[in-house]
Each structure stands twice: as C-alpha cells, then as structure tokens.
Design a protein. Structure first.
Length: 574
C-alpha cells in the first residue's frame, strides 16, 4: 500500500513538472512571437520611411543596414600607394521643419537670425539663400560635407530643426592636384568626369569596393608638372596650360595636368566650368612639333637618306594661290638637321611633297592621329582629320602641323613611338605590373628611331629647344608655335605654344608635352610669344625636378652620339 501511494505521488509530480515545462515553452514562444511582430513593425515603418524619402519625402537619405555593413567606396591611390581619393565619415546639415511638432513655427529664433548664426560657422554660406529656405518651411539640405567640429557648433545654436545626419563623404587629400585625372563623386555616390567615373562600378562593387585601385600617376611628378605649368601660365598671362609625362615603353601616364584646375572637394558652378580637359578633350593645331614626325616618316620610307643633301630655303613654295614660307629668312639652303634646328616650313614641306600624301597620311594613321586618343578617361576629343584624299597643299601643311588638329595626348604617344624604337602603344592611367605593357604596333624602324633621337637632341642643344636643355639629363625635343584658327582665318595674335620632349635621349624613358594656350609676350618670356621662350623653359625646369624621382639621374658623361651629324650643322653651331 505504501509503495502504491509513493508511486502515485511520483507520477503526479512528473505530470506537474511536464505541465510546468509546457507552460514555460508556451510563454517563451509567445514572447518570441511578440518580438518578431515588433521587429516586423519596425521594419515596415523603416520601409515606409525609405519609400517616402525615395519619393521626395522630407527626410535626408538614410544609410541602409546593408550599406552600413559594406566597406566604403574604394580608395584611389597613385602608383606608390599615396592616397588620391578616399571615403570619409561626415555629416550633412538638414532642415526638418517638423522637429518641434509645429511645421508653422519650426524655429525658436527667426530664419534671419538662424541664417546669420550659420554664416558665422560657414563663412562661404549664402546667408540670404539659407534664410529664404528656412522661412519657406520646406525640408531640405542646407549644406553637405560638414566636419565634426562644425556639427558641434551647429548643435550649440539650439535649433532642433537643424539636423545633422551622418553621411559617407568622398575627400581628395591632395586638393585640386590631379583633378582632371580623378574627377569627383556626386551626392548620389556616383563618379563623374575622370577615373572616378571610369572605375565607378569597381569602387562601388560590394566584392571589390574595399580594395584600393592604383593609378599610373606618380604624385610627386604630378605636383611638379602642375607647379611648372602654372608658373609658365601665370608668367606669360596665358589663358590655360596642359601637360603630360608619359612612359615611352609602357604608355603609363606618370602625370597629366590641365590648367586652370577645379577642386573635387568643392564642386560649384566655377568648378564645373573648369572640368574641360585640355590634354585629352581639346584638339589643337600643334604646329612645328609635327616636323620631326614628317622627317621620321621620310627617313623610314627612304626619301631622306643623305642628311647632307641641301634643300632650297629662301623661296616660298607656291601652290595655287597659297604660299608656304618661313617666319624669317633661314638661308639659301638647308639640310635636314639644319631644317629641324631652325624649324623650316619650306624644307619640311618640300620633303613631304617628295614623300607623298599617301605615305605621310598612313604614318599619321599608324600613330592614331585619325581617332580619339587612347586612354581610359571618358572625355576624349575627336581630331580634325583631313579626310581620305589629301591634295598636294594639304599634305604639305600637315607636314608642319597645320590643317590637322589633335590633342596633346596624341602628340605624346606619337613622340613615344618616335624615340622608343618605333613602337606605338596606347596611353593608360592604370598602373601596369612588369610584363603587362601592351605589345603595340610598329610605326618606325628601330634605325629611324635612333636617328630621331639624334635629331631631337640636336634641336635642344643647338636649335629652338635650347631653353629646355637641362644639364646632365640629355633632353631632346621640338618647339611648336601655331596660330589659332578663328573667324576669317588664323589669328596672328593668338598662339598655341608647345614643346614636345623626351629624356634621356641616349636611352629614352619619358616623353613630356608642355603647352601654353595663348601666352603673351612678358618680361618673363623676353617679350616673346613663341614656344622657344615659354613652353621650352617649362620643360627645362621640370626635368631636373622629376628626373631623380623617376630614376633618371643627371650624368654629364652620357649622351646620344651625334658626332656623325655635327659636321653638317656648323652654321647652326656658330
């Protein structure tokens, strides 16, 4: 009997325990259900709010959970890892007229008073415009890209309607340096204009956006190029300047500058007007810088074999009602080295006439002069190309850089082919690893390329390029001073002055193009407007600054051998 009672008691205890356990499980499930419903309500409210904002609602754009968990937009660096563009956490200034619960009276102080207080924090703020926005009672941004310390000052104003939502910002640590290479990022987070636009998908891709992208640009070279171009532009009162430093063996752009520049950290109306890229988008008649290309084509074709052969140089060439002449008398006759040293239109045109339009035209095509320049940037100008059939006069004028208009980048790639052994390669703003350089296409024979190194070096030593001859760096190059076309013909008072250079000429590594748009004759240029007095000095100052950075050190003992040509230019040496 006792055993039965004990068994019943145990059984009853087990039933109560099971019932208690079941009750606890039911309570837990109910709590989980309530939590799930609560989260669902919060999510639904968030979705409604996002839809409201997306449809023009009164709130700033909020960062979604998925965005918050992803890395920021990828960083852009120069070839050595120095930051050019990176993401940064910041704030925006948002006006929320419903913050106090009374849209009719959203502010404690008057709109004019609040605008004045904001003006004290942000000196460049348009006070009247902000006062009008506050008085309108409409929600909206008052300012983007606010620093943390400025956000603290805004908070001290004590207006709840002034909200400062956190935002991811894009900053450019180098300021305006390399602006035309980089471009900028708009308020929606999309790249515009430069490599920000080209790399937009990669930089915003969830799988790659955390990885920095290295450009071919060397920040040190970029800074020096911009500095010397700016100095040349300001000292001659030029309206603009353009320049590029190009690796002759890979096509990598070490620096690219278009002046005046804009600041990608602050895009305003003035900045938008300065986004036009003179290096890749503007086409120019680049004048006498084309003469070496013509001579190279003639050497390659066997038209020029005897460098001592003399061409008449004191009689203008008449073709129909047009005459081709030189800017000043250069003597009764000139050979090829002398013609380049003195920059003779007459002799160059005679050689082009002997070469023929078909051959010169094909050389220009092989150098890409009939197409937009090859580079990643979206803004690429289409050349003014003479067409399929060149009459005799057009062939002659193209030979010395008139009647054809290309970008400075076209010229840089052509000079690279002329001095690197004869291979044309497309330019690139991407850093290339060893062995990644494109094969390119052959334009000139290697022997022709060697001759052009000699001739370009002679121009810098004895001719119009003397002001570019940086001691020890063996610079070679050619000047070009072309009148700009205008209504009714060419404008004699408006020049495009260019110096196309390479160094060191005994083993060319880099091409430099320096161009000034409409320079004036000033004290700094000895009151001259031609490239010999303004663009060439830019290169002469730039090369000693960037040479050591690029691994080219001055050497007074090394040079390209011009001993076989020197006897032919005794008149120039004297």
């Amino acid at each position: 009997m006792t055993t039965m009672l004990a068994s019943t008691a145990v059984s009853s205890g087990r039933v109560r325990f099971v019932s208690l356990r079941q009750h606890s499980l039911d309570v837990a499930r109910l709590r989980v259900l309530w939590l799930a419903m609560l989260f669902a309500l919060v999510a639904a409210a968030a979705i409604v709010r996002i839809v409201q904002v997306g449809m023009g609602g009164s709130g700033p754009r909020m960062t979604t959970l998925s965005e918050a968990l992803l890395p920021d937009r990828g960083e852009i660096t120069d070839r050595n890892g120095a930051p050019l563009a990176r993401a940064s956490s910041g704030f925006a200034l948002w006006f929320n007229p419903k913050a106090l619960g009374d849209p009719a009276n959203p502010l404690v102080r008057s709109p004019v008073d609040v605008a004045a207080r904001l003006k004290a924090i942000f000196p460049d703020l348009n006070q009247a415009d902000v006062a009008d926005k506050l008085a309108s009672g409409k929600a909206g941004y008052l300012r983007r890209r606010i620093l943390g310390e400025d956000a603290d000052l805004v908070q001290r104003i004590g207006e709840l309607a002034l909200e400062m939502p956190p935002e991811s910002d894009r900053i450019y640590p180098q300021g305006s340096m390399g602006a035309h290479v980089l471009g900028y990022v708009d308020s929606a987070g999309n790249g515009k204009v430069g490599m920000e636009q080209v790399l937009n998908d990669h930089l915003n891709n969830p799988l790659t956006r955390g990885d920095p992208v290295a450009l071919s640009i060397d920040l040190r070279v970029q800074g020096a190029l911009e500095d010397e171009l700016r100095r040349g532009m300001l000292s001659t009162n030029a309206m603009g300047a353009a320049g590029i430093v190009l690796d002759v063996d890979t096509g990598e752009v070490m620096a690219l500058a278009s002046l005046p520049e804009f600041d990608p950290n602050k895009i305003d109306a003035a900045g938008v007007n300065l986004m036009f890229n003179r290096v890749t988008n503007q086409v120019y008649e680049l004048g006498s810088t084309f003469k070496p290309i013509t001579i190279a084509s003639a050497i390659d074709a066997g038209v020029v074999r005897d460098f001592g052969k003399r061409y008449q140089a004191n009689q203008p060439i008449k073709v129909g009602r047009f005459s081709i002449k030189d800017s000043h008398p250069l003597g009764a006759s000139l050979n090829v080295p002398e013609a380049l040293i003195h920059s003779s239109n007459i002799v160059t045109a005679e050689i082009a006439d002997e070469l023929g339009a078909k051959r010169l035209r094909q050389t220009m095509i092989d150098l890409g002069m009939n197409e937009r320049p090859y580079i990643e940037l979206p803004a690429k100008g289409f050349p003014i190309w003479p067409g399929d059939n060149w009459p005799r006069l057009r062939n002659m004028t193209v030979s010395y850089g008139h009647g054809i208009a290309v970008t400075p980048l076209h010229l840089a790639s052509a000079y690279a082919a002329m001095v690197n052994g004869g291979i044309w390669r497309p330019a690139t703003l991407r850093k290339l690893e060893a062995g990644e350089a494109p094969k390119g296409r052959r334009v000139f024979k290697a022997s022709t390329s060697y001759r052009m190194r000699q001739l370009l070096r002679m121009i810098a030593v004895y001719g119009t390029g003397k002001n570019a001859d940086a001691p020890g760096f063996r610079v070679g190059g050619k000047t070009g001073s072309a009148e700009k076309p205008g209504k009714g013909g060419y404008r004699e008072s408006s020049l495009v002055s260019t110096f196309a250079a390479a160094f060191p000429m005994d083993n060319p590594r880099y091409v430099i193009i320096a161009m000034l748009d409409e320079p004036k004759g000033t004290t700094a240029s000895s009151f001259q407007r031609t490239a010999a007095w303004n663009a060439a000095p830019v290169v002469g100052r730039l090369v000693p600054r960037i040479g050591p950075v690029l691994g080219v050190r001055p050497d007074d003992q090394a040079d390209v051998d011009i001993s076989d040509l020197r006897p032919l230019i005794q008149s120039a040496i004297k």
